[in-house]
Ligand binder design. Structure first.
Ligand SMILES: *Cc1c(COP(=O)(O)O)cnc(C)c1O
Length: 389
């Protein structure tokens, strides 16, 4: 399933097939490389690739099946629907929904064999009653809040929460976890304080002889910077996709970006001196200007806030996007150069020796790389390439 795909002949993207040429290319070899680098780094800890938000834009189902092939131990998603889709598409390894749940969702978790995040005693009761009715055991991971204040029982109330969970006949407590708020910072004081709070909870579990096989807290930032927090399992998201969580985070693991966002030139023209480009006429030609139009816009996740900042690559060279970014189209100033209909345009990623990184695009848009990747719309087809079998 990972055989090399010939891009030129791919039905979704071939310029000759009469379809829109804007697409995302995902390099599965780089994903595999990143997975293996993380595995080497964390030693005996299990790995839970985090696949929320369409696998950070890389395509949920294909990436889940790929991580299953790579023998990932667990998969993490954000919402129930993502978990159900994975089960329907043939994912058989454990899948946890990391977000908060409502009681009426529990029967679906049980039907599809998905692990539930239990984030309060009330949720435990809802899970217990649904599981009892169906005469099954629900697999849960207890969520402890050590400083994020989203979901989970506060670390200082965790003892009663854990005791209650172990009293419930139809609940199997397979895991317990927490989440870092500041693991990507260069100053790790806050992350260490959170970890110390979690360790206190783990000491209680040990002392009371509660058996919980999977204790986990580390996201990408902690995997890179706090190896003492690896515990039984780590939950990498963004570094699996080859992007570092922030400029501040120490790059203790080498990873390679896997995503390239491409399009093609669909129009060439010369903008006559004193004529303007786009909605609001925010860019006016000072002289006759050679320009091309590319069929991508904010409707694809090419943020409008990048107007007057974004650049693209054509023939391995950078060119500025001019005028306001539209929903479906952008205009690129090619200076004194030539570009022709069907020429490849790279919006994000490498072309020849030039590269636009997710970090750079995030700066143009005034956001973080996570938001750039997760916002590439599902109307943009994903294509997978690999040399590996
Ligand atoms: C998103 C998420 C992760 C992964 O975060 P990264 O910073 O992308 O590594 C891990 N755990 C939980 C609970 C998450 O929500």
């Amino acid at each position: 399933m990972t055989n090399k795909i010939n891009i030129e002949n791919h039905p979704l993207i071939s310029a000759n097939e009469g379809v829109r040429p804007t697409y995302v290319e995902v390099n599965l070899d780089n994903i595999k490389y990143n997975f293996e680098q993380i595995k080497r780094h964390v030693g005996s800890a299990k790995i839970m690739p985090v696949l929320k938000a369409n696998a950070y834009g890389h395509g949920l189902v294909r990436l889940a099946l790929f991580f299953q092939e790579l023998k990932a131990d667990y998969l993490g998603v954000a919402v129930l629907e993502e978990g159900i889709l994975l089960r329907e598409k043939g994912v058989e390894i454990p899948v946890i929904v990391l977000g908060g749940i409502l009681g009426n969702q529990v029967p679906k978790f049980l039907k599809y064999g998905l692990t539930i995040t239990a984030s309060s005693i009330e949720k435990l009761e809802q899970i217990q009653s649904a599981a009892e009715k169906l005469k099954v055991k629900a697999k849960v991971h207890l969520k402890v809040d050590t400083g994020m204040e989203r979901i989970g029982v506060h670390y200082y109330n965790a003892e009663n929460f854990i005791r209650t969970a172990f009293k419930m006949k139809n609940i199997e407590v397979e895991g317990i976890f927490s989440h870092f708020a500041n693991s990507t910072a260069s100053d790790l004081t806050d992350a260490k304080r959170q970890f110390a709070r979690f360790e206190k909870v783990l000491e209680f579990i040990e002392k009371e002889k509660f058996e919980i096989p999977l204790k986990h807290i580390s996201n990408s930032g902690a995997i890179l910077q706090l190896p003492q927090a690896n515990l039984d399992m780590v939950r990498p998201g963004i570094i699996l996709y080859g992007v570092y969580p922030s400029g501040e985070t120490r790059k203790t693991i080498s990873v390679k970006p896997a995503l390239t966002w491409k399009s093609r030139v669909v129009y060439f023209k010369v903008i006559t001196k004193e004529h303007s480009v786009g909605y609001g006429s925010t860019w006016t030609a000072k002289e006759n200007t050679r320009a091309v139009t590319v069929p991508v816009g904010y409707g694809d996740g090419y943020f409008r806030s990048m107007s007057h900042k974004a650049q693209v690559l054509i023939n391995g060279k950078r060119y500025p996007v001019i005028g306001t970014i539209s929903m479906d189209q952008i205009v690129v100033n090619i200076g004194n150069d030539s570009a022709y209909n069907n020429d490849e345009v790279v919006l994000l990623g490498k072309q020849k020796n030039a590269e636009i990184t997710a970090e750079e695009m995030a700066r143009w848009a005034g956001t973080i790389p996570y938001e750039i990747l997760t916002n590439i719309n599902t109307r943009v087809p994903r294509v997978y390439i690999s040399e590996w079998k």
